[in-house]
Write a protein that binds this ligand. Structure first.
Ligand code: HEC
Length: 322
C-alpha cells in the first residue's frame, strides 16, 4: 500500500471514529470503572469468586460473548435474570451502567491490551477506606478472602455502638433522634454522647472487676455478704468515667493509702486487695490468712498489672510468663 493510500485509509478511519464517538463505549473510560468499583473486590487479584476475574481480559472472556450481550452471562448476572444478581452486595448496577455494559458487548467487547489486568499498582489511584481502623479491618478481610459487607443502616449502627460502648441498646427515642439528625457530624455526636454516658464506666469496669475478682460476698462456706464491697466497684466505674490516667488507676489500687494526702476515695481504691475469697470457718487459725494475704498482696498485682503467673500452693498447673 502506497503512502497516500495508507494516509487516506487512516484519515478515513479517524473520521469515522469521530463520527460515532458520541455513541460508542470506551472500555477504559466507561466499562473498566464499573468493574473496578463494583466487581473486582470479588473478581480481581485478591479473590476470584467463581474463578472469575474482571480485571483480566482472558478470564472475563468466559462470561462475555462479544457481539451478543443478550447471550453473555455477565449481562444475565448484572440483570439478575437467572435469579442470581451481581454484585450480590450493595446497590444494583444502575440501568445506565447495565446499558453501557450491554452496548460495549454488542459493539464487540473491545478490551485494549493496555487496559489489562497487569496494570501496575503504582499506577492505581490512591484510595483509602474511611479511617485508620478500617484499614486494619480491611487488611484482615483481604487476608481471609472475605468481601466487606455493605454499610449497615443507621438504626443498626446506633444499636451496635450503644451496646459496644454502654452495654445497653439505644432507647426508641435515641434512635428516632439519630435518624432525624441530618447534620454531617451526626454519627460523631452519637459516639461522643455514648462515651459521656455514665453507663460507659459501668460497661467497661466489668472487665477490670472480673480481673480483680470483684465479689460482694466471701465466696466460701457461709459466704457472708460484704456490705461495703460496692464502694470499690463504684470507684472503678467512676475512675473510667472521669478518664483517670492508667498509671494513676494502677498506683491508687496498689497503694492508694500511701499517696501523699490520701483521700478516702484513694483508700477505697485499695479495695482491690480485698477482692479475694475469705474463709471464716470455725477453727480457722491466724497462720493461713497471713499466707493468703501475702498471695493477695503480691501475686494478684503481678498477674493483673505485669502479666506474670505464679504457682500457688493450691493452684494446679500454671507456672509461666505469658
Ligand atoms: C461480594 C462479592 C461479589 C461481587 C462484588 C461481585 N460478584 Fe460476581 N460472583 C460472586 C460470587 C460469590 C459468584 C458465584 C455465585 C454463584 O455461583 O452462586 C459470582 C459469580 C459471578 C458470575 C458468574 C460466573 C460463572 O462462572 O458463571 C458473573 C458473570 C459475575 N459474578 C459477574 C459479576 C459482576 C459483573 C460484578 C460487578 C458488577 C460482580 N460479579 C460483583 C461474588 C461477587
Amino acid at each position: 500500500m502506497g503512502f497516500r493510500a495508507g494516509f487516506v485509509l487512516l484519515a478515513f478511519a479517524a473520521a469515522s471514529r469521530r463520527a460515532d464517538a458520541g455513541a460508542s463505549v470506551d472500555f477504559a473510560r466507561d466499562v473498566q470503572p464499573i468493574f473496578e468499583q463494583r466487581c473486582v473486590v470479588c473478581h480481581g487479584s485478591k479473590q476470584q469468586l467463581s474463578g472469575l476475574r474482571l480485571d483480566d481480559r482472558d478470564s472475563a472472556g468466559r462470561v462475555i460473548k462479544a457481539g451478543h450481550a443478550a447471550e453473555s452471562r455477565l449481562i444475565e448476572m448484572v440483570k439478575g435474570a437467572s435469579g442470581k444478581l451481581m454484585p450480590p452486595v450493595g446497590a444494583r448496577l444502575s440501568d445506565e451502567q447495565i446499558a453501557t455494559l450491554t452496548r460495549w458487548i454488542d459493539d464487540g467487547a473491545t478490551w485494549p491490551a493496555t487496559a489489562s489486568a497487569a496494570r501496575h499498582w503504582a499506577w492505581e489511584p490512591v484510595t483509602h477506606p474511611d479511617g485508620d481502623i478500617d484499614r486494619f479491618v480491611r487488611a484482615r478481610l483481604e487476608k481471609e478472602h472475605i468481601a466487606p459487607s455493605a454499610e449497615a443502616d443507621r438504626a443498626t449502627l446506633l444499636r451496635r455502638a450503644s451496646l459496644d460502648i454502654t452495654g445497653l441498646p439505644p432507647t426508641p427515642q435515641e434512635t428516632a433522634e439519630f435518624l432525624a439528625d441530618t447534620r454531617p457530624d451526626a454519627w460523631a455526636r452519637q459516639v461522643d454522647r455514648l462515651l459521656a454516658s455514665p453507663h460507659y464506666g459501668e460497661k467497661w469496669a466489668r472487665y477490670w472487676l472480673d480481673l480483680a475478682h470483684y465479689a460482694d460476698s466471701d465466696g466460701f462456706e457461709k459466704d457472708l455478704v460484704r456490705p461495703w464491697a460496692w464502694r470499690y466497684r463504684d470507684w472503678v466505674i467512676d475512675a473510667l468515667n472521669r478518664d483517670l490516667p492508667y498509671d494513676r488507676f494502677v498506683s491508687l489500687q496498689i497503694a492508694g493509702d500511701e499517696v501523699p494526702g490520701a483521700t478516702a476515695e484513694d483508700r477505697i481504691a485499695t479495695g482491690f486487695y480485698r477482692q479475694t475469697l475469705t474463709n471464716r470457718e470455725a477453727g480457722w487459725t491466724g497462720a493461713r490468712p497471713a499466707s493468703i494475704s501475702w498471695w493477695t498482696v503480691w501475686a494478684r498485682p503481678a498477674r493483673r498489672f505485669w502479666g506474670l503467673r505464679c504457682a500457688a500452693r493450691n493452684a494446679t498447673t500454671i507456672n509461666s510468663i505469658p
